[in-house]
Design a protein around this ligand. Structure first.
Ligand code: AMP
Length: 279
């Protein structure tokens, strides 16, 4: 496995590969890697000739300094798991490499999908995501880029950016990987105590209950029952529970729409998100 820390060195390596017709799959991550990330790596290995994984905790997508500071950083373990899973190339750039002093980027009008749900609770978050992913796309020119449905709204934002900028990259969605308890795998889970990990399985239980009730009850009824459930749970502090159309991310008006339920909340000071398809 090759490890690069600058765009220039990696691009120099890639020139001959691209000229010889090899395709590039790109998996952007913030590290503290787990099996959820590895499912993206495997998907990239299935679709592309060369898989590049980036590990970069992007400061511009954090709206709270404390969240950025506490984000887990486990470089050696990340390199080990990537090597063991057959990743070809890892890019671990510094903040100065990604955002040099003379760097400027144009803010994209995301037409409103960046200010609901995650965007509402983390103002500016998606501008930072667009900035960093746009920067990586520009430098690496991947044929495919892989994103997890765990961050479903992020996937929608990236798709919108690719379409608005007409970028020649195919965005690929990968299913959510879960622990046996149902809890969605997340780098942030490593900050939770054993008890909190057990308690957090309640999130998936609630999402699953919404899914099983979807054909029988109204959206409002489901929302109310789920909200009451979270109110009674004193370990999970709910930020939002929404049922929206998965294409538009707008509230569902009728049951024929492709609906998805979204959760965000805080457990032991750690912010968790999850979602399930309801149809
Ligand atoms: P992150 O390192 O949290 O920025 O995540 C990097 C990529 O991995 C994003 O596209 C995430 O959606 C994806 N990802 C994170 N956790 C999971 C999971 N449990 N299942 C599938 N994909 C995931």
């Amino acid at each position: 496995m090759l490890v690069y820390r600058t765009f220039e060195e990696l691009k120099t390596f890639l020139v001959a590969k691209v000229e010889s017709g090899l395709t590039i799959g790109f998996v952007p991550t913030m590290g503290a890697l787990h099996d959820g990330h590895m499912s993206l790596i495997h998907s990239s290995m299935d679709h592309a000739d060369l898989t590049i994984c980036s590990v970069f905790v992007n400061p511009t997508q954090f709206n709270k300094a404390e969240d950025l500071e506490k984000y887990p950083r486990t470089e050696q373990a990340d390199l080990d798991i990537l090597r063991n899973n057959g990743c070809d190339i890892v890019l671990i750039p510094s903040v100065d490499e990604v955002y040099p002093a003379d760097y400027s980027s144009e803010k994209l009008d995301l037409e409103g999908i960046e200010i609901i749900m995650e965007g509402e609770h983390r103002p500016g978050h998606f501008d930072g995501v667009v900035q960093v992913v746009g920067r990586f796309f520009e430098e690496l020119q991947p044929n495919f880029a892989f994103f997890g449905e765990k961050d479903f709204q992020q996937l929608a934002v990236i798709r919108k950016m690719v379409s608005l900028r007409n970028l020649p990259v195919q965005v690929m969605a990968c299913a959510i990987k879960r622990e046996d308890s149902g809890l969605a795998m997340s780098s942030r889970n490593m900050r939770l105590s054993e008890e909190a990990l057990v308690e957090s399985a309640y999130i998936f239980k609630q999402l699953n209950w919404a899914k099983s009730s979807y054909s029988k009850q109204s959206v409002d009824e489901i929302k109310q029952i789920v909200l009451r459930g979270f109110e009674k749970n004193d370990r999970i502090e709910l930020e939002y529970f929404e049922i929206v159309n998965e294409d538009t991310l707008l509230p569902v008006k009728n049951k024929d729409e492709k609906a998805r339920a979204f959760f965000a909340g805080v457990v032991e000071g750690v912010r968790l998100i999850d979602n399930v398809q309801l149809y």
